[in-house]
Design a binder for this molecule. Structure first.
Ligand SMILES: [Zn+2]
Ligand SMILES: [Zn+2]
Length: 393
């Protein structure tokens, strides 16, 4: 799966025409399968529009992805040939988190971003990339303060190219990056404008919003029919054949990452404003990321009702409309306020997700991983419901 971004509608239309001319049926599906190699695709894209962006999507899923075990490649060089140096970013998808991608050397010069496949309306925007732009209008030599300058195509290109610039020059040290994030991060209390004496500040990626990759269907290696699941370490000693039926195991994303990685994982994290923001000192130019659990899953576990139930849906709608979107509930809303509009358990679930105090049973061979916010019923019973009671008076 490949994301192609065009700066104008006219370029997008020209590109569609060009693909159709080459025999691609773009009307077959929302995600049409076109019979072109990545090299041919890139050649077509850049011949139509040199300013276009190509971003490989959910790069680790076993099928239809650039590093995928089934039909993927060992490197971007191999996949895109001479066009590899025009790939400025890769998209992590649900099956990997940024820190997994930091282990791959050829990604040092690429931004690692996060979006969602457009599979269903409710899941649009489930993962996201937060761009930070200079909100002042740069008008000749004067800089005017604009409250709501819209993000532009050029801002996005600039932010994505930051990764390659920074990796080449390595001029942003840990301290610089940290202060840059603190200044601009909407998660931090203050969000000041840069000094007006400065000219244009380049756009950059403030952070990305991720779900736990363990929740994905192919995190660990295993065999669904035999309920066999192995960590990458276990595959080293136990091999990749199912110990129950003797068939080959389906390789998980973690094992695939370790196959291509040249480094060892060493994630550190810090907590800022009650939210666990993950970053690693060894990769100072990498933006941090937050790990979340979908709000419906939190509500479902808190109230003991299925994700698709009308009861879960009711609390979801109430919270999302009250706080202006799911990300606001998960990241910004005050916990007592969440209790006021739902229950103390739901509020406590959001708190636990924010600090990463949860456990996940990893997915394997097509079986989704399962999130457990409360390790036991006993732990959940300890939730202080006094605040909930107060809401009644
Ligand atoms: Zn896709
Ligand atoms: Zn088996």
């Amino acid at each position: 799966h490949t994301l192609i971004w065009m700066p104008t509608i006219a370029s997008a239309m020209n590109f569609s025409k060009e693909l159709t001319k080459r025999g691609c049926n773009l009307l077959s599906d929302g995600r049409p399968i076109i019979g072109l190699s990545l090299i041919n695709l890139a050649e077509t894209v850049f011949s139509v529009e040199p300013r276009a962006l190509i971003v490989p999507a959910h790069i680790w899923t076993p099928w239809f992805s650039v590093y995928g075990k089934m039909g993927g490649f060992e490197s971007l060089e191999e996949a895109f040939g001479e066009f590899a140096n025009r790939i400025y970013a890769v998209e992590t998808g649900l099956s990997s988190s940024p820190d997994m991608n930091w282990l791959i050397k050829e990604l040092d010069s690429r931004a690692i971003i996060s979006f969602s496949d457009a599979h269903s309306g409710a899941k649009l925007g489930r993962e996201a990339t937060v761009f930070e732009i200079d909100e002042r209008e740069n008008d000749e030599h004067k800089i005017k303060k604009q409250d709501e300058r819209m993000i532009t195509y050029e801002d996005i290109v600039e932010a994505l190219k930051q990764a390659s610039l920074e990796s080449r020059a390595l001029k942003v040290g840990v301290e610089d990056r940290t202060s840059k994030i603190e200044k601009s991060n909407p998660l931090s209390a203050t969000n000041p404008l840069p000094p007006s004496s400065m000219l244009h500040l380049p756009a950059f990626i403030a952070y990305t919003i991720e779900f736990y990759p363990e929740e994905g269907k192919y995190h660990h290696t295993g065999h669904r029919d035999c309920s066999v699941r192995l960590t990458p370490q276990e595959t080293v000693t136990k091999g990749t054949t199912c110990p129950v039926c003797g068939k080959p195991l389906t390789q998980g994303v973690m094992q695939r990452v370790e196959e291509l990685a040249t480094r060892i994982q060493n994630s550190e994290f810090r907590i800022q404003n009650e939210i666990k923001l993950l970053y690693n000192k060894e990769y100072p130019s990498r933006p941090p990321f937050v790990m979340l659990v979908p709000l419906k899953e939190i509500i479902s576990e808190a109230i003991g009702s299925p994700v698709a139930s009308s009861k879960t849906q009711l609390y979801y709608e109430k919270l999302v409309s009250q706080f202006g979107g799911e990300f606001n509930v998960l990241l910004h809303a005050d916990l007592p306020e969440i209790t006021k509009y739902s229950t103390a358990e739901i509020s406590d679930g959001v708190r636990k997700v924010r600090i990463g105090d949860i456990v996940i049973d990893p997915g394997y061979d097509g079986v989704f991983g399962v999130v457990k916010i409360w390790k036991s019923d006993k732990e959940r019973a300890l939730v202080d419901t006094s605040k909930e009671q107060l809401g009644l008076f």
